[in-house]
Write a protein that binds this ligand. Structure first.
Ligand code: ADP
Ligand code: MG
Length: 347
């Protein structure tokens, strides 16, 4: 079990600074998820921690020791990639035992470790197969098994589920979660998928353009996003954001809540904080644009003064596209941002 400290970590490719001074403390046992849009620097930051990319500024410490320039082979961590990176001609057993063989571990110890990992990962039946005789999910489990047998101080995952179909992704996500509970190894996991971030992480690190936007427990990010970017990146469907001035109905909010909504600011409300009422009730008038019935949930898209807002409700609806409605907002779930998108307050 290890802890990490990143201090002003920077990466420069050519003229381009892609990691812009990252400060982060990762605690023992923690499951940390780096999340952010494609190209924001998640893989680069992970690869710098792994020692696969040099660190051009700042420092990296593991268990209090400065390892900024330590070669990858001496960092005692194991990485799992999206592409699995298995040896195609080797059996599952040989793939999983390869690193231990290189390290000259005794064959009976190797056997015990591989069989234990195979057992945890439901791979015992497949030890003599080669990767091409396995499904994508099984291949990814072999890649994870290969990491487990090395008993590293830290696990690093780079989008390990991206090549799997939706059902396998969900299943493997649950396995990774259970594995972390069983092994308790400090883990850093990169994804662009906010659902993976929310479900796996002890704490989520939201990255944008090479810098940290916010770090926090999943529900803290959901409930108290620091800015419009985090507010809209976390949560599905995204938080509705409208210009305060755009919605006449919001004008009276200051009075109701005692909170001054800046006239050039933005108001955010999660879809579950928007209620759709019959037309003519007091609230903000709108018109149904689209209905998505998901079974347990119904998403109703409503056009309000040229903006589209989404309401999520657990009841089914008899409404139809084109119907006039009234929107009512749950005051306890409103967020307020200034004109630059920074959170002013959660109302
Ligand atoms: P993410 O994993 O979040 O999608 P990356 O870390 O792969 O993003 O990339 C971050 C930025 O760094 C991107 O703009 C990418 O084009 C750039 N980049 C990544 N690797 C290299 C490289 N080896 N040389 C030059 N630019 C790179
Ligand atoms: Mg990446």
């Amino acid at each position: 079990m290890s802890f990490l400290q990143l201090r002003g970590v920077e990466k420069i490719f050519g003229q381009h600074k892609v990691i812009k001074g990252v400060d982060l403390d990762i605690h023992k046992n923690e499951f940390i998820v780096f999340v952010g849009p494609s190209g924001c620097g998640k893989s680069t930051l992970l690869r710098m921690i792994a020692g696969l990319e040099s660190i051009d500024g700042g420092s990296l410490h593991v268990d209090g020791k400065n390892i900024t320039h330590l070669p990858s082979s001496q960092r005692d961590l194991a990485m799992v990639f999206q592409s699995y990176a298995l040896y195609p001609h080797m059996t599952v057993y040989d793939n999983m035992s390869f690193a231990l063989k290189l390290a000259k571990v005794a064959p009976d110890v190797i056997k015990q470790k591989v069989e234990h990992a195979a057992d945890i990962l439901n791979l015992s039946k497949y030890l003599q197969r080669t990767p091409k005789e396995l499904s994508g999910g099984q291949r990814q489990r072999v890649a994870i098994g290969r990491a487990i047998v090395r008993a590293p101080k830290i696990f690093l995952f780079d989008e390990p589920l991206s090549n799997l179909d939706a059902a396998l992704r969900g299943q493997t996500r649950v396995e990774i979660h259970k594995l972390h509970r069983a092994l308790g190894v400090t883990t850093i996991y990169v994804t662009h998928d906010q659902v993976e971030a929310m479900t796996l992480a002890d704490r989520v690190v939201v990255l944008r353009d090479g810098a940290i936007e916010q770090v926090g427990a999943p529900l803290d990010l959901y409930d108290k996003p620091a800015n419009q970017f985090v507010a809209q990146f976390i949560g599905m469907p995204s938080m509705n954001i409208v210009k305060a001035a755009q919605l006449a109905g919001f004008g009276s909010l200051s009075g109701q809540t005692g909170f001054p909504v800046p006239s050039d600011g933005l108001i955010g409300v999660r879809p579950e904080g928007v209620r759709v009422l019959p037309a003519g009730r007091s609230g903000v008038p709108g018109k149904v644009e689209l209905i998505e019935s998901l079974g347990a949930d119904t998403l109703i898209h409503v056009e309000v003064k040229g903006t589209s807002m989404i309401s999520r409700q657990s009841e089914r609806t008899a409404l139809e596209v084109g119907d006039p409605v009234t929107l009512e907002f749950d005051l306890s779930s409103l967020h307020c941002f200034d004109s630059a998108g920074r959170m002013v307050a959660r109302i």
